[in-house]
Each structure stands twice: as C-alpha cells, then as structure tokens.
Design a protein around this ligand. Structure first.
Ligand code: SAM
Ligand code: DTB
Ligand code: SF4
Length: 332
C-alpha cells in the first residue's frame, strides 16, 4: 500500500456518517471554549496548525439568473444593483487567474449565475478550467445543477472541485428557494461525486433559520456516503432588493459555534470561512480559525459582493501568525 493510501484509510476509519440530531444539538450546547478546544484538537489531527488555504472567486457569468434564491443579488426575480452580463471571454478569466496566483491564491473558483449550465456554455467553461490548471492552480466551478454527463465533461477538463451548496436544512429550504428542490441539489452532488470531482458543499447562516436547521444542514453533509472535501460556511450578506435584504445581523458566537460543530463532525474536511468576512471583526475571524476554519477567499470581491482586500487580510493573518498554505492537508 502506498503512503497516500494508508493516510486515506487511516482517515476514513475515524470519520462518522451516522450523526443524530440529539448528538449534534448537544455539541452546539457545549460551553463555548470547550467546543472550540475540541474543534481545534480535531482540526490538528488532519491539518497543519496556523495555516489557511487561500482561494479567489470570480463571477464568469453575472446576474439574470432564473432561480429565486432569497439571498441572492443575481436572481432576476429581484431588483438589485447587479446587472445581467454575458459570459466572460476565456482570456479575460485567465488574466484574472494569473493575478490571483500572484496574490497567493492556490485555488481559482469560477461562478456562474445559472440554474444549470447549457452544454454549449460548458465548452467555454472547460477551456477556462484547462487554462487555470495550466497555471498550476486548483480549479473550482459553481454553475448550478449538473447532470452525470456534464459532471463527466467537467472532470475530463481537469476540474478539481465543484461547489454546490445545500444552503440550509431541508425543512427550512422552501422559505428560501422555490424554483428547485432540495433533492435536485442532492442529485447534483451525487453526479459530481460519481464523476470523481471533489465536492464543495455548505450553506448560509443568518437567513432566519433556527439552530436545529443549522444542525440538520451539517448532519445532512456529514451523513453523505463521503464527507464533502470542502464545506463553505457563509454569513448572509443582506443585499438590498432581495427578500433577505433587511435581515438582522446574525449572532457571532452562534456563527463560530457552527464552524466548530462542522469541524468536529467532519474533521478531515476543509471548513471554509466564506461570505460575510467584511462584516466580521478580526477577533471574530480569529475565533473562526480557532474553531477549525481552514480556508478563506482573498481579494476585494467575492462574486458580486465586496470582500476584505488582500492588504487588510495580510495584516490580520500576520497578527495571528497564520500563513497561506497550498492545500492545507493531512498532518499525520
Ligand atoms: N448559481 C450557482 C448556484 O446557485 O449553485 C452558483 C453561484 S451561487 C451565487 C453560490 C453560493 O453563493 C450560493 O449557494 C450561496 O450559498 C452563496 N451566496 C449567494 N449570495 C449570498 C449572500 N448574499 N450571502 C451569503 N452567501 C451567498
Ligand atoms: C460559497 O459557498 N460562497 C461563495 C462560493 N461558494 C461561490 C460565494 C459567496 C457569494 C457572496 C455573494 C456575492 O458575492 O454575490
Ligand atoms: Fe441563481 Fe445561484 Fe443566485 Fe440562486 S444562488 S439565484 S441559482 S446565481
């Protein structure tokens, strides 16, 4: 058996896929510091300490989306400041990827405001993926629902990760999205997994859901046949014009708790501190790293919303003694 394989086996042996609601709710109820300690201990079993992976997002096709996701500035159901645009040219995208690489990103994530990609769009997307891989960066795409065939095409162009979020619990989901089902999301995740692409799947906190919804979202992810390699936890960015535009600020401690619980029940996954960092203090972000967050998006823009700029992040990471890591991998 080669070394990688033995790590994989060792890792999988310790992972559980049978979490119950009672167990996970009792984790959420632990004393805050105990929870953080437990999460950091789990984190260090699989990842090098004091390192976070840096990714860069780009919106390759912005706005005009036919879905009605209540949080999203790109939905054509709502009037927001985001205008619909055509898909970007391949060279334009690769120029941005080169800049992202120079800025220290090791993964380039391409997003499109689609319900699902059309087959002709995939030609362009596949060329973008090939170009990103040729730069020596990991590639990620988030293009909406995908079929088995589409996932296979993405895989053959060299796609490393596909991001497709469940966003929330199954029971709260219909309050947020009515134009596609929870099951369709699970089916897309299955197509991605079957194609051999790594799965990036998480959700958004602060949409008016209850703690039980956050617990159920994490349980659904942890109880999949394989844990998603990457679990983005987004803080809702309330966008004017969307139904969630006036949503009150979500509780910081509950956000950190959710990251910690995600890490405890999916310890070998990279928990990504995703949207909403602009609204967070450095102290809160430090608590998220303590709770096991192992990745952030860098640069002054996410897909359409602003993000902490690189220089601001450099200052924070230096204060915390955290360095950017290629793919924060298994430590032992
Ligand atoms: N259209 C594709 C889809 O929905 O799968 C890909 C892009 S979509 C913008 C990717 C993810 O961004 C969503 O699933 C959601 O979790 C997150 N997102 C979008 N708007 C957000 C907001 N206002 N605040 C936080 N997260 C948001
Ligand atoms: C994810 O879970 N968060 C990222 C990424 N996956 C694609 C997107 C956040 C989007 C925030 C709102 C915007 O920039 O439009
Ligand atoms: Fe469209 Fe994705 Fe926004 Fe939903 S989250 S409206 S699918 S771009």
């Amino acid at each position: 058996m080669d070394a990688d394989k033995s790590i994989e086996t060792h890792t999988e042996q310790h992972l559980r896929h049978d979490w119950s609601l009672d167990e996970v709710l009792s984790l959420f109820e632990s004393a805050f510091i105990d929870l953080l300690m437990q999460a950091q201990e789990q984190h260090r079993r699989y990842f090098l300490p004091n390192q976070v992976q840096l990714s860069k997002l780009i919106s390759v096709k912005t706005g005009g989306c036919e879905e009605d996701c209540a949080y999203c500035p790109q939905s054509s159901h709502y009037h927001t400041s985001v205008a619909a645009e055509k898909i970007m040219e391949i060279e334009e995208v690769l120029a941005e990827a080169r800049i992202a690489k120079e800025e220290g990103a090791t993964r380039f994530c391409m997003g499109a405001a689609w319900r699902e990609p059309k087959d002709r769009d995939l030609d362009k997307i596949c060329a973008m993926i090939e170009g990103v891989r040729a730069l020596g960066m990991e590639s990620c795409a988030t293009l909406g629902m995908v079929s088995d065939n589409q996932a296979a095409r993405l895989k053959s162009s060299g796609l490393d990760y596909y991001n497709h979020n469940l966003d929330t619990s199954e029971r709260f989901y219909s309050k947020i999205i009515t134009t596609r089902t929870y099951q369709s999301r699970l089916d897309s995740l299955d197509s991605i997994r079957q194609a051999g692409i790594k799965v990036c799947c998480g959700g958004i906190l602060g949409m008016g859901e209850e703690r039980q919804d956050r617990a159920e979202l994490l349980i659904t992810l942890a109880n999949l046949d394989e844990h998603p390699e990457s679990v983005p936890i987004n803080m809702l960015i309330p966008i004017e014009g969307t139904p969630l535009g006036q949503q009150p600020q979500f509780d910081s401690f509950e956000f950190v708790r959710t990251i910690a619980v995600a890490k405890i029940i999916m310890p070998s996954s990279v928990i990504r501190l995703s949207a909403g960092r602009e609204q967070m203090s450095e102290e809160m972000q430090a608590l998220c790293f303590m709770a096991g967050a192992g990745s952030i998006f860098i640069g002054d823009k996410l897909l359409t919303a602003p993000n902490n700029g690189r220089s601001q992040d450099d200052v924070m990471l230096a204060k915390l003694g955290i360095s950017g890591s290629p793919t924060a991998t298994v430590a032992s």
